[in-house]
Design a protein. Structure first.
Length: 389
């Protein structure tokens, strides 16, 4: 591997490592409450206090949607670098893994749609650069227009319409879902499978083009040597400042709008559009800051930990799905589903990040590859290499 390729791979791995930690915190509300609670605070806590409101606003502003976007982009970059998880044979097994994870454990996984989009994106590397850029621009822009159209339709609804009418999640329905999850793994399966089917239909038909576009964008960033830190410093600094200076206020404004509007449809639509644009800009801003940190060798011990996490990213993501499912809806009587507010989830996320860091260090010390990466590679090649070092 050339020196340029090595620097690109290091940048991708560091950003992947940061992303899996961000995903842990961003996705916690999806494990802990009904599917819409991540973006609708009244579904998490009936009477949230100032501390709960601040914790929820912080998550919405700095993490929600952003790290999901980054994961898809970085998956495209790893495909361009020839990562083993992106090989043709492993993508099929990765798709099957995602289906099992979604229908049995957690409906919000991205593994399936990424694997399917990756199968389409790999042959598209042969297209001319201008064609690839026009294609990814049309896919991402078209998906954003679909979101705007949905927000516009939502804005046409009367503001007298409540949450129960908008989402079909009245208090009785929410209590029934919470009771099924608190009753343990088997009792929650019907609800989870129904929600997973709903999510997959939405992802495939409305968001699938955007996922493909983001994967192509990740490939292009490798082609343009973005992750290797070879772009001029000042354009990186300026672009990070501009995108974060616009993206974070948009995210924060959307969260404040939700907090203060009692979720009237017209205001929800504006918040949805602002959050979609803000998340895209914030994702680029985070990536530019990480590239600058790598270039100037800032916090190298942290970078080393993130590289280890990047090597194991799929195992970490699957591990999060299994552990958080067990924690929130695994054991009857001990399940925490619907019982923790935003502040509690914030503290839990910090604790789990520390625990995850230790597990990543142990895996890197004693294993040659992540368990899931090892399994997919073995299934694809029909030959399993030793897992332990």
């Amino acid at each position: 591997m050339s020196q340029a390729s090595e620097s690109d791979e290091a940048g991708v791995l560091i950003m992947l490592g940061l992303t899996v930690f961000g995903l842990l915190c961003a996705n916690l509300p999806g494990y802990a409450h009904v599917w819409a609670a991540a973006d609708l605070l009244p579904l998490q806590a009936a009477d949230p206090g100032p501390a709960d409101q601040l914790a929820w606003w912080f998550g919405q502003t700095f993490a929600s949607w952003v790290f999901n976007i980054l994961l898809v982009v970085l998956f495209g970059s790893s495909l361009a670098l020839g990562a083993e998880v992106g090989e043709r044979g492993t993508l099929g097994w990765m798709c099957l893994l995602g289906l099992v994870a979604a229908y049995l454990f957690w409906h919000g996984e991205l593994i399936t749609v990424m694997a399917l989009a990756g199968m389409i994106a790999r042959p598209m590397q042969a297209l001319q650069p201008a064609t690839r850029w026009m294609t990814l621009g049309a896919l991402i822009g078209g998906t954003f227009l679909i979101l705007l159209a949905g927000a516009g339709i939502l804005a046409l609804l009367p503001d007298t319409m409540g949450l129960a009418d908008l989402l079909g999640l009245d208090a009785a329905r929410i209590l029934a879902v919470e009771a099924s999850h608190q009753s343990g793994f088997l009792a929650r399966l019907p609800d989870n499978m129904a929600t997973a089917l709903q999510f997959h239909l939405v992802e495939m038909f409305f968001l699938g083009g955007g996922v493909l576009g983001l994967i192509l964008l990740g490939m292009e960033l490798v082609e343009r040597n973005f992750w290797g830190g070879r772009w001029p410093v000042m354009p990186l600094v300026f672009s990070a400042a501009v995108t974060l200076g616009i993206g974070l206020p948009l995210n924060g404004w959307a969260a404040l709008l939700a907090l203060g509007s009692d979720f009237a449809p017209s205001q929800v639509s504006r918040g949805m559009a602002a959050h979609a644009a803000g998340a895209l800009l914030t994702a680029y801003g985070y990536a530019a800051l990480v590239v600058l940190a790598v270039r100037f060798r800032l916090a190298e011990p942290v970078q080393l930990l993130l590289i280890r996490a990047g090597h194991l990213w799929l195992s970490v993501v699957v591990g999060q799905i299994l552990v958080l499912t067990l924690l929130f809806s695994g054991l009857p009587g001990l399940a925490l589903y619907g019982r923790i507010g935003p502040l509690g989830l914030f503290a839990l996320g910090l604790g789990l990040c520390v625990l995850q860091s230790g597990l990543i260090w142990l895996c890197d010390r004693y294993l040659r590859a992540g368990p899931v990466e090892w399994l997919l590679e073995g299934l694809a090649h029909r030959r399993f290499a030793p897992l332990r070092r």
